[in-house]
Design a protein around this ligand. Sequence first.
Ligand code: BG6
Length: 501
Amino acid sequence: LESGCLSIIVLGASGDLAKKKTFPALFNLYRQGFLHPGEVHIFGYARTKISDDELRDRIRGYLLHDKDNSDLSEDVSEFLQLVKYVSGSYDSKEGFDLLDQKIAEHEFSKNSREGTSRRLFYLALPPSVYPSVCKMIKLYCMNKSDLGGWTRIVVEKPFGKDLESAEHLSTQIGELFDEPQIYRIDHYLGKELVQNLLVLRFANRFFLPLWNRDNIANIQIVFREDFGTEGRGGYFDEYGIIRDIIQNHLLQVLCLVAMEKPVSLKPEHIRDEKVKVLQSVLPIKDEDVVLGQYEGYTDDPTVPDNSKTPTFATVILHIHNERWEGVPFILKAGKALNSRKAEIRVQFKDVPGDIYKCQRQGRNEFVIRLQPREAMYMKLTVKQPGLEMQTVQSELDLSYGQRYQGITIPEAYERLILDTYVFMTYCVIFLCSTIPLRIRGDQQHFVRRDELKVAWEIFTPLLHRIDNGEMPIIPYKPGSRGPEAADELLAKAGYVQTHGY
Ligand code: BG6
């Protein structure tokens, strides 16, 4: 069991990601007792020259701005007592020396009482500074405790812009840290219903025989946002919707939907299967792609007037293996659309020899709504209640809000940060009761280097064609469903519109 001092160092502490995601997640972990004041200290590091109190005020302002937290000002103040700030640049020995000194002071005071020291560096920074920051950590800030412990780093996407740049970045970081020390976050892997996917597939007899090309006609993995790139145009324009959403978030979901059963639940066994399914994806053909850009996107002053960056994309992937040959996987993502939603839609084939064909209203579909309002539902054909023998499409519905009332679903970042320093497992005692054990970091929900490489291999040729202006970008109205050509592509891929969609 690990005990002793835990230092969480948020690099880029004065930036947006830290303010909106990292500190709120840490605060929630604190409130649930996962960051114990007796053993944890949080250090913010950034270039901005501010004091501890100024950083605390910024974080306080943001945390209390959230209406769910408005009556938690005492908890917020207690949490902020754990936060200290060090200012320095991302390539300066002085800055990182000072950071090391502050961490060591804290470790010394704690370790004189307890044990090992653990240092978690969270890089809430643009990837361009990852190599220099990692080098500085390696040179000046590693855990030096004789009593053991570890140093880990957490990195955010975008991890590279294409295969070559991602591999270059991986090599640079890989020369400094071993793979078990590197936690590549894809926050979709922390979402409740994404974490449920393997349980659903492999712990239910229902799905085992159906989950294949014999029964499934097509699978859609969809991300829609009903707002544009407001305030992030500069970043977004460099990356576009495929790099921002599809190559990472949606592809990770595809892995869990399509992979084979792992040998066990060990993180490496699961990640091995994810890599295998990615390796089976065929090269993307131009006719399987529709790209769009919403009208008004270039009005953002940080976006060039002649930008050809897609804000919408539908891409069909084909998996060349025994289970999925011939089943299109339709990945669709768009900004400024008519709704905000992320879901997986598994559409089943028509019933063979269907005697209700003339009355049929649609195919069976199994829908997993990742957000908002987490739910799973199955679209079924049933008899319309009443005297007449009429069929109707209805739903078997597991809406989490109703079924799990009173249970708060954790934020993705909360769960993933916890995974970086706590591995929960259960020890059975006296055959009937269990106690939770906290052991070590769990990398199951983080992206391994080889996984990342294959993900880039799949999309890089298409991304290069888009970057070279070789692919048409269709304008669409903000608040619409996106380009009509995308619906035509769906129909071509065999998707049958079901009632109510
Ligand atoms: C981020 C993207 O990774 O995910 C954003 O950079 C996007 O563009 C966000 O808005 C969506 O996350 P969520 O959890 O709100 O679906």
